[in-house]
Design a protein around this ligand. Structure first.
Ligand SMILES: [Zn+2]
Length: 961
């Protein structure tokens, strides 16, 4: 029978809701405050979003069972430009977007009409996402929900901004930002297509003269000026003569466009075709040298100025472009010019170990490059650039810089050129093709007198570094990534002209940027409850109020009066903050490492005292669909709510979690879903079957399985603590199956009818450990097991203080003998008529344990063991059988360390008794014959093949006839 997952989901969702179990207030228990990056409601959630929230929910539910008072709240981030952009597109009747709303997101047509108002878009998807979260069973305290445009939140953000400004961490200045020319707004990751963070690189522009005009080239390697042999233009490009701050420059149109955003005054003069420049000569800015302008196809209009200086010895493109001319593969060159080109020789200016005089030539040869359009030139360039940068030294032909390392000389050369007045600076996007969500290509803009968060501030970075060092980061490998981010982080624009959000309190023309108003909001959850209930009104929330709640500053009576609340209420709000802060765990996707997560820490260390700094960050990878990246263009996005309706919440939760640990990409596919459904269904059936807690037997197998259960609990708990949820889930769902099979085999062989107690205990523990992962079906199972309270309210199972080592050893002996017998029958193809087992002599057991204890303390030498054993009376028989020592040592060394220790603790066991008592029933069941057991030293034994002498402890000899 197929289960009705939606019905089960709904049943338990309603019960949790009625019980208000996830509404968390301060109490006497220790707390855990778990938060996830709140969603930006401009589209419905898909399965990929589900991963981060599910991880946080499992974390919350686990801690609740561990006895913590867990707060897991949720808000909605309305701030920013994308929603505004969408609303503009609806106003403009954008068919593509409106169709996406209709077909992809199933938004009713009447609703879409309302989307001309951006807040309506946010409200709609807010409700959509929230419903999805409830349907997924997230244990969220919804009383604390808020959006970032409610007045109380805006008061909070104003306080945050004034606070940072007083601390001189918000500064006014001129800094470059990624910029959308269409929106006239700075752009960051959340404003770009594909969520790319715009990053930029500073080029030095070197001005070559051509008559009274200037040909500027942009380079990252000013030191290579000493190795220039010519300049490159692309003959196909139409260049511009432009007046730039009073000078006439010849540059590409694209360059002219970009320079305007860098505050250059640009006036167009006239066009000039690239080919017209061929063969003209330019003057070096630093000496009397003259260089030819030559044609090259690799030169593009979009990079730098559209003109390149040629350093053939150290730049593979330049070398190859020269070769192309010399080989006659360049049509724009006539005879006399080619003669001149033939005279051009690369000038070697850098020596690097591993390269010859002309590194370009070395690499081009090695890579088999034959023309300048070969894409391998890109790799060649990177290789030389990086090797020369880190290991190269300038040659004697570089004047005052001779012998200096490239790594350190760049700035010096830059300064030297700039002293001649023949240089400038140009900023370019490093990731050149970044587009704003409106579709416009982004540029770098130098913003003047703008508001910036001073993330370049060294002291601030140092404090953040201290926080990152002291906090728990899961997985730990990602810690260095945070340090790298801190290293390159610079001032960041925190004001925007358009969008939803809060106005900069001292400059009302500007809005607070969306990555700046979402960094300390976790603290707002502690008061949101009082805001939502109307106990405190936004209009009465002053800076003094926030200073009291967060810092305890000021006189409570005066502040309470100002806030129009009682002093008791004021204290209650303050206590709520003191109780829940700091954040114990912050969950987020990996893409937020270089921005949100880093800013979250920076702002916390700036605003809150050390005791309120965050304790943990948990970062997860993304979700693939059938092994492929999910994207709108691939059409493989499944909205989360659709998936819940189709598969049920728990199968989705488990399939997202079971395929990957934190940072790996999870893979969602239908096969996993159906195998999980089958597993859950069979567990549910077991719950119905074994719903009787009953008495637990005291047979060896009962004792054994409880020891195994204890080990399972300790393994799962250990993985949970490390957030290794895939591992935990495997243990819970599948890790106990073979133990259970063995137990059933043992019990059935004895025809026992008193095992329901054990089975009930096993399944109960598995269900309770499953419940953080699959909360709905686990409740259903728990109920079927006969419990009247909910499993979400039960305690996380505890491992037994001591496991029974002897029981573990005995069962392992039995199963290994059964295994050996089955292997023998398989190999010999005998249908056994007789099975005889010989257990080893007593002295062997003594010798075994001496060897075991030797191995545990580090001895592995056979000779040493033999010597020692012979000397002692009880093991002197070793003399007759030295091979026994060798084999036993091998047996022991092939076992895992923890098994060796268990055997050590268990001590000598009476094998013949265990085998006679416990193995007979198994042999009878499996082979339908009676087992015969002899001791090696039994004089009456039946031993036609002389096998008994082969017996070793834990390895009895077996004869099958
Ligand atoms: Zn734009």
């Amino acid at each position: 029978m197929e289960l009705n997952w939606n019905q089960i989901d709904k049943k338990w969702r309603n019960k949790w809701h009625e019980a208000k179990d996830f509404e968390t207030d301060p109490n006497d228990k220790p707390k855990k405050f778990i938060t996830v990056a709140y969603p930006y409601p401009n589209s419905p959630q898909h399965i990929g979003h589900g991963r981060t929230y599910t991880l946080a929910d499992v974390h919350s539910r686990y801690y609740r069972m561990k006895g913590f008072n867990v707060l897991f709240p949720m808000g909605f981030h309305y701030t920013g430009t994308p929603i505004l952009g969408m609303s503009k597109r609806v106003q403009a009747n954008d068919v593509e977007l409106i169709n996406a709303f209709k077909t992809l997101y199933n938004v009713p047509e009447g609703k879409i009409k309302e989307f001309v108002d951006p807040v309506k878009i946010a409200d709609y998807f807010h409700e959509e996402i929230k419903s999805g979260m409830i349907e997924m069973g997230y244990s969220i305290d919804w009383r604390r929900e808020f959006t970032t445009i409610i007045p109380a939140y805006q008061k909070f953000i104003e306080w945050q901004f004034r606070n940072l400004k007083e601390k001189n961490l918000i500064v006014q200045g001129n800094h470059p930002v990624g910029w959308c020319p269409n929106d006239q707004n700075p752009v960051s990751q959340h404003d770009t297509l594909g969520d790319v963070e715009p990053d930029f690189t500073e080029y030095i522009v070197i001005k070559f003269n051509i008559g009274d005009k200037i040909i500027p080239v942009a380079t990252l390697r000013p030191e290579t000026l000493f190795g220039v042999t010519n300049l490159w233009i692309n003959p196909e490009i139409v260049y511009k003569k432009v007046k730039v701050d009073g000078e006439i420059w010849i540059i590409s149109a694209e360059c002219a466009y970009k320079l305007e955003f860098l505050n250059k005054k640009i006036e167009m003069v006239e066009d000039i075709q690239g080919s017209e420049l061929i063969g003209k000569k330019v003057h070096s800015p630093t000496n009397e040298d003259e260089f030819l302008i030559l044609p090259a196809s690799f030169v593009t209009a979009t990079t730098g100025t559209g003109i390149v200086m040629s350093v053939p010895a150290h730049a593979p493109y330049d070398f190859q472009a020269l070769e192309d001319i010399k080989n006659g593969n360049q049509k724009n060159i006539d005879g006399s010019l080619r003669d001149e080109v033939n005279k051009i020789q690369p000038i070697s200016i850098i020596t690097t170990e591993g390269f010859g005089d002309i590194p370009s030539l070395d690499v081009i040869k090695r890579m088999g490059i034959t023309n300048q359009d070969d894409p391998k030139l890109e790799d060649a360039t990177k290789e030389i650039y990086s090797k020369e940068f880190y290991e190269g030294k300038l040659n004697s032909n570089t004047g005052e810089f001779a012998d200096k390392k490239i790594t350190f000389v760049k700035e010096e050369v830059k300064e030297w050129i700039s002293k001649t007045g023949k240089s400038d600076i140009m900023l370019e996007l490093t990731n050149e093709s970044v587009k704003c969500r409106c579709g416009t290509k982004c540029v770098v803009k130098l913003l003047n007198n703008q508001w910036f968060l001073d993330y370049a501030n060294k002291e601030w970075k140092e404090k953040a570094r201290e926080c990152f060092e002291s906090m728990n980061i899961l997985p730990n490998d990602i810690r260095t990534e945070f340090f790298n981010v801190l290293d390159w982080l610079r001032e960041r624009a925190c004001a925007r002209q358009h969008g939803l959000g809060t106005k900069i309190p001292w400059d009302n023309d500007w809005l607070v940027e969306s990555l700046a108003d979402s960094v300390i909001y976790m603290s707002f959850y502690t008061m949101a409850k009082f805001v939502n209930s109307g106990e405190i009104l936004a209009e009465n929330m002053s800076d003094e109020f926030f200073n009291y709640i967060f810092y305890g500053n000021g006189d409570s009576e005066i502040i309470a009066k100002g806030a129009k609340i009682t002093t008791e209420k004021l204290e209650e709000i303050r206590n709520e903050f003191l109780y829940f802060y700091p954040v114990d765990s912050r969950h987020s996707g990996r893409d937020l490492v270089p921005n949100h997560l880093t800013f979250f820490v920076l702002n916390h260390v700036a605003i809150f005292p050390k005791e309120n700094w965050p304790k943990e960050i948990v970062v997860n990878g993304s979700v693939l669909m059938d092994g492929k990246k999910m994207s709108k263009s691939m059409g493989n996005i499944i909205p989360l709510r659709d998936a819940v309706r189709k598969y049920g919440a728990d199968p989705i939760r488990l399939s997202i979690l079971i395929s990957a640990e934190l940072l790996q990409d999870a893979d969602f596919n239908v096969e996993i879903i159906s195998s999980i459904k089958n597993k859950l269904k069979s567990m549910l059936e077991e719950c119905i079957k074994f719903n009787n807690p009953g008495k637990i037997g005291i047979e060896p197998e009962d004792i054994w399985i409880q020891s195994r259960l204890s080990k399972l609990i300790s393994e799962v708990t250990d993985s949970m603590e490390k957030m290794r949820l895939r591992e935990s889930l495997h243990h819970i769902l599948y890790g106990f199956d073979s133990d259970l099979q063995w137990y059933m085999k043992r019990a059935n062989a004895k025809n026992r009818d008193d095992i329901s107690g054990v089975l009930n205990k096993v399944i109960s523990i598995r269900v309770s450990m499953l419940s953080p992962f699959a909360p709905h079906i686990a409740e259903e199972m728990w109920e079927k097991l006969g419990n009247s309270d909910m499993v979400s309210k039960s305690s996380w199972p505890k491992e037994e203080e001591q496991t029974d080592d002897i029981a573990v050893q005995n069962e392992s002996l039995l199963s290994s003998v059964m295994n050996d017998i089955s292997n023998i029958t398989k190999v010999t193809k005998i249908t056994p008529k007789k099975i005889i087992i010989y257990t080893s002599d007593n002295w062997k057991s003594k010798a075994y344990h001496k060897i075991l204890s030797g191995v545990i303390s580090g001895e592995t030498n056979v000779g040493a063991f033999i010597k020692e054993l012979i000397l002692q009376k009880e093991t002197e028989n070793v003399k007759k059988d030295p091979d026994f020592v060798k084999k036993t040592l091998k047996d022991i060394l092939s076992e895992p360390t923890d098994l060796r220790k268990t055997k050590m603790r268990a001590g000598e066991i009476d094998e013949s008794k265990i085998i006679s008592n416990e193995l007979s029933s198994l042999i009878e069941t499996d082979y339908g014959i009676k087992l015969q057991v002899f001791s090696e030293n039994d004089s009456e034994k039946y031993d036609p093949k002389n096998k008994a002498r082969m017996a070793r402890p834990y390895k009895p000899a077996i004869l099958i006839e």
